[in-house]
Design a protein around this ligand. Structure first.
Ligand code: ZN
Length: 254
């Protein structure tokens, strides 16, 4: 009970910060998609990585060395993610934008749920399952189209040049998409409020973004269940269900 009252005060406080800020940027991680039924791979024993070693299957090396094994892991994951839909937390960010209170969303998630919810600018620093590309000629296909390109060995091949097709997500050992990283940094530096949702803020490049906002004189608000390295420097800290608390913040806006 006491916790609910405390959260209510923080929800009001966050709504106040959002209404006073002129440039608000959201930074989201796995926690915003948990209410959509996508487990956070860091949750012990529960996530998608519980039974496999990601350093063995989800690396750019593994993709080239054992493409079949790579797709054996990734294809069901694609199918699982393809069926997921945005939740109330994604929708709340769309509503903030619609009211002119949110400039953009930077996300670590590859599930493309922000775009599906209707967010305008979404900066996907780890790529997205939305498209896959030929690693030889660069041709690109949508998530729905890729399924038709698998051969009987379970490998997706480019019909044009017979090159290997890879999902446009950043694999371990792969370069981050430079344009997205630069845009994320620019947004973070220009924000007077960064709204961090469902991220433990520990994984590069996202881990460095709140620092840019703070250094430029902006403030941080954090809504996530796990602890983060920035907790002590956040103006507001919420730790409940993002699909309840984020809509509550929007509802509390003046
Ligand atoms: Zn090709």
């Amino acid at each position: 009970m006491e916790r609910e009252i405390a959260a209510e005060a923080e929800i009001e406080q966050l709504a106040g910060l959002i209404s006073e800020a002129s440039r608000v940027v959201a930074l989201t991680g796995a926690g915003i998609s948990v209410p959509s039924g996508i487990p956070d791979f860091r949750t012990p024993g529960k996530g998608i990585w519980a039974k496999v070693d990601p350093m063995k299957v989800a690396t750019i090396d593994a993709f080239h060395r054992d493409t079949r094994g790579f797709w054996q892991f990734y294809r069901p994951r694609f199918e699982m993610l393809g069926e997921k839909r945005p939740n109330a937390a994604h929708q709340a960010l769309v509503e903030l934008e619609r009211r002119g209170r949110l400039e953009a969303v930077i996300t670590q998630n590859i599930d493309r749920l922000h775009g599906m919810a209707g967010s305008g600018e979404v900066v996907e620093v780890h790529g997205s399952i939305e498209t896959s590309s030929c690693t030889t000629c660069g041709s690109s296909w949508s998530l729905a189209e890729v399924e038709a390109l698998f051969d009987e060995d379970g490998i997706a091949t480019c019909g044009g040049c017979m090159g290997k097709i890879k999902p446009d997500v950043v694999l371990f050992g792969e370069m981050l998409p430079l344009a997205a990283i630069e845009r994320a940094r620019e947004l973070a530096e220009g924000a007077d409020l960064m709204l961090c949702v469902g991220s433990s803020l520990e994984v590069f490049p996202v881990a460095g973004l709140p620092e840019l906002t703070l250094s430029a004189g902006g403030q941080l608000a954090i809504i996530t269940q796990s602890s983060t390295p920035y907790d002590g420097r956040a103006a507001v800290r919420l730790s409940g269900d993002v699909a309840e608390q984020l809509p509550a913040v929007v509802a509390a806006l003046p």
